[in-house]
Design a protein around this ligand. Structure first.
Ligand code: ATR
Length: 281
């Protein structure tokens, strides 16, 4: 059987997803294609999605700006995606269209690839920086995985309070300003930067000072252009471990592919390959 997958979003011409999923198909020994279906902002979104569904493809990814807009067009939404309020993966279950969100789970998997005993330390203290869509997905997935101490620092505190409301009863979340987070940096084992601050062309920018970070901590940045952001450079200089953003891209795709095919493809050296591709850009 030939699998057919697609990506919808705008703009997506330079998306890395076709490269990743075509590699997954080959690794899994499957035939198939993954195509880009850009939907213009002025286009009739519902009609374009219906058309894609009528083609009876096996599944599709959804990226900005359509992760919320897709939801009312689906037959069913996975509870975690519902909680996050965004869908990035849709699967065709015998004609029923079911939506998932693989971003947060993908992030947790990527962190686990760096720290294999991550899940043995569910009470370690985590600091999430930012309170946008990415933070929402990562917070929910961390909470769902069983982490119990996840603080959120954001410029606008109200947005962080809203995300904290998604946490389960056993999860303790303190809300901090960016300044307070910088002062208490030494309290955290895992620090996760989820905003776009530091992304090209603003490569000299860092959202906060890492000053008191512990050398045993890990600092992670979901920005992957550049791969080594100012925040990660600082972390390295202070002796902390670092975790690159592009790995989240690979693992959210791995989970999407698993939803579509039931096959969990190993990432192996795709991490290094993607790193080279990004550095060449
Ligand atoms: P995404 O959905 O990709 O996560 P988003 O919803 O635009 O992006 O969220 C961006 C996050 O980055 C927000 O938390 C935002 O802070 P506010 O909630 O105060 O708006 C944060 N952010 C963006 N630029 C920032 C900056 N220059 N300084 C501090 N925080 C910033």
């Amino acid at each position: 059987m030939d699998y057919r997958f697609a990506l919808i979003g705008y703009p997506i011409k330079h998306s890395l997803s076709p490269w990743i999923h075509e590699r997954f198909l080959r690794k899994a020994g499957l035939q198939g294609t993954y195509t880009i279906r850009e939907i213009d902002l002025e286009a009739d979104f519902e009609q374009q999605v219906k058309q894609l569904m009528e083609e009876k493809i096996d599944g599709f990814n959804v990226t900005v700006p359509y992760k919320q807009k897709i939801m009312p067009l689906l037959d069913e939404i996975d509870p975690l995606a519902k909680k996050i309020g965004a869908v990035n993966t849709v699967t065709n279950e015998n004609g029923k269209w079911v939506g998932y969100n693989t971003d947060g789970v993908g992030y947790v998997r990527s962190l686990e690839s760096k720290l294999p005993d991550l899940l043995q330390h569910l009470s370690q203290r985590i600091l999430l920086i930012g309170a946008g869509g990415a933070a929402r997905g990562i917070y929910s997935a961390l909470d769902h995985t069983g982490f119990t101490a996840i603080d959120i620092a954001n410029r606008t505190k109200e947005k962080a309070v809203e995300i904290a409301g998604l946490g389960s009863e056993s999860t303790v979340t303190n809300i901090l300003s960016l300044q307070e987070a910088a002062e208490r940096m030494g309290d955290y084992d895992v620090i996760i930067q989820t905003t776009s601050v530091g992304m090209k062309p603003n490569v000299g920018k860092s959202i906060l000072e890492l000053g008191h970070v512990k050398p045993t901590s890990i600092v992670s940045d979901i920005v992957y252009q550049p791969l080594v952001t100012k925040l990660l450079q600082d972390a390295r200089q202070l002796g902390a471990s670092i975790h690159f953003g592009h790995t989240m891209l690979l693992y959210q795709a791995q989970y999407a592919f698993e939803i579509w095919t039931n096959i969990k493809v190993p990432i192996d050296n795709m991490d290094d390959e993607l790193q080279l591709t990004l550095e060449g850009r």
